[in-house]
Design a protein around this ligand. Sequence first.
Ligand code: PEP
Ligand code: MG
Length: 325
Amino acid sequence: LADRLQADSQLPAVTTDNVRVTLLANSGLQADVLPGLKFGAEGIGLFRTEVPFMIRSSLPSEDDQEKIYRSLISHYKDKPVYFRTLDIGADKPLSYLPLVKEDNPALGWRGIRYILDNQPLLITQLRAFMKAAAGSEHVHLMLPMIASTEQLDQCLAILSEVHHQLLEEGVPVCRPKVGIMVEVPSCIALLPFWRDKLDFISIGTNDLSQYLLALDRNSPLVGKWYDSLHPAVLHELMRISTMAKKMNLPVSVCGEMASDPVAVMLLLGMGIQQLSMSAAKIPLIKWILRGVSRAQAELLLAEALEQDNATAIRQLGQQFLASKQ
Ligand code: PEP
Ligand code: MG
C-alpha cells in the first residue's frame, strides 16, 4: 500500500463527486521543503517562521531571513506558500530573547501579543519577507493568535508602513495576501467585522482545541482529555466554516486535525477544501479523499454533530471509512 500511495501522491485529491481538495504541507525547516514536494504537497500551507529562529543561537538578521524565505519561495514557484509571522512565547522560547516565566504560559505573552510588544522583530521580519516575495503572486502572510480588532489593526498598520518604507527605498517588494490563524476562540465572533481586512483565514485547530477545551496541549497529565473531535470543537468549526462561506472568505485548516482521516471526513462535510499537514501524511489523505464523496461526508457530519462525545464521533467516522475500503 505504501508504494501505491507514494506512486499516486502527485495526483490531485478529487472526491468521487468531483470536489477538489488542495493538500499543502506544514513546514518550518528548509530540510522539509523537498520532501514536501515528493509527498505531493501542492504548496506550503503553514511555514512556521519561528523554527529557523529556534535552531539558531542568535537573532537572524534581515538578510539571513530574506535568504531563507527566498529559497523556500523558489522551490514552490507557482504554488501557494503561507508564511506565518513569528509565533514565539513561553511554549516556543528563544534563548536569546527575553521571556518572562508565567503561571499560565499558554494564556500569556505569546504569538502576536509578544510581537506587538516587540515590534522591531515584526518590522525586520516583514521587510525580509516582502523583499523575498517580490515578483511572486502566490505568497500569503498569516498572523498568529489574533484575538481582537485592535491587534489586527495594529498588525495591518505596521504591514502598510513597512510596505511604504520599502517602496520609498526603491526596493522591489510584494504586497502579500494577508490572513489570520483562527486559533483563539474570541476571534470567531469578530470574523464578520473583518471581511474587508482579510484575504483568507486558516484554522489552527491545535490551539483552537486547547483554548475551547481549556486543556494544555502539552501537558501529559490532561492529554487524555485533549481531542479535536470533542463536540464543542466540531460545532465551533462548523460555525467558522459557515461564516466563511457566507463572507466568501477562503478557509483552510492547518492544525494536526487536518491529517486525521476521521477529522478530514468531517472537514470535507463542512465544505473545507484546503488542508495543510505534515508532508508525510499527504499521500494517505489524498488516497482517502479520492474514495469518498462530499455528499456522504455531509451525512456523516450531520450524524457526528448529533453526538455528545468524541468517542462516539470517532467510532462513526471509523465505521464510515471502513465501509469505503
Ligand atoms: C495550531 O495552533 O493549530 C497551529 C497550526 O499552530 P502551532 O501548532 O504552530 O501553534
Ligand atoms: Mg497555534
